[in-house]
Design a protein around this ligand. Sequence first.
Ligand SMILES: C[S@@+](CC[C@H](N)C(=O)[O-])C[C@H]1O[C@@H](n2cnc3c(N)ncnc32)[C@H](O)[C@@H]1O
Length: 246
Amino acid sequence: MPFAIAGRRQYSVSDIPNYLKARSLGAKADASIDQLKFQAVIDRHKSEGYDSYKYFDKRMWLRSKMMRAIELGLDKSETGSVLDLGCGAGYFLYCCKFLGHQVHGIDQPGYDFYTDMFECLGLSRTSERIEAYTPLSPLQTRFDVVTAHQICFNGHRTNRLWGVNEWQFLLDDLKANVLTDGGIIALEFNEEPSIGFYTTELRSFFESKSARIFRGRVIISSDKLRLPAYRNNLATSFRSEAVGSM
Ligand SMILES: C[S@@+](CC[C@H](N)C(=O)[O-])C[C@H]1O[C@@H](n2cnc3c(N)ncnc32)[C@H](O)[C@@H]1O
């Protein structure tokens, strides 16, 4: 039976243990933040619109993002690495960092509130617009987990909403250039007016990758992604480099 905990977000009764854990870990993560620095960020941006002030309730956001981290097993796994696409104010990455992981984000440039939040939370970020059919800029390392929450870079609420081909391109790029072997991709879609989280075609595409799909979430293991032929050489040379340096 579903129930609502925060706004419109629906959880089911089976989520209660994770929710309670997220609440406790989120409160600990909150306590580890420099409260004066955080308050200074709020004071600097408090006259801005909803896009900023919806993120001022850090305890609520840390609990919600900790729930995502727990759902991915990041509270139990050995130290790993997490890349968050469209990382916003950085709450999810801060939860992962608090749990002991190496973290990095990508978000479009030009939003001072996010820049100040990243500085306050001690996080790193690449300022870059994610565009359809454009590979991400090279990163210094590979990541065990690539996430994207409440996704907007897919043309959310525009008439340029990404379809199967755009997602195939991004997944191919992540597999070839970003993910470690056996890494996972965890996506959380925003609802589109009159479509829902995804079209039937896009849902079938993710199903064809054996994705776990629930409540707008799509979790895919990189083992299920095909490696595009044109990038085989790149991946092979990366693997030999990694083996060579062991
Ligand atoms: C709804 S917010 C979600 C933020 C964060 N992921 C979260 O769940 O709290 C969408 C984020 O996507 C970013 N974004 C939108 N379009 C983008 C693009 N083309 N490339 C990179 N980031 C983008 C925005 O700057 C914003 O941080």
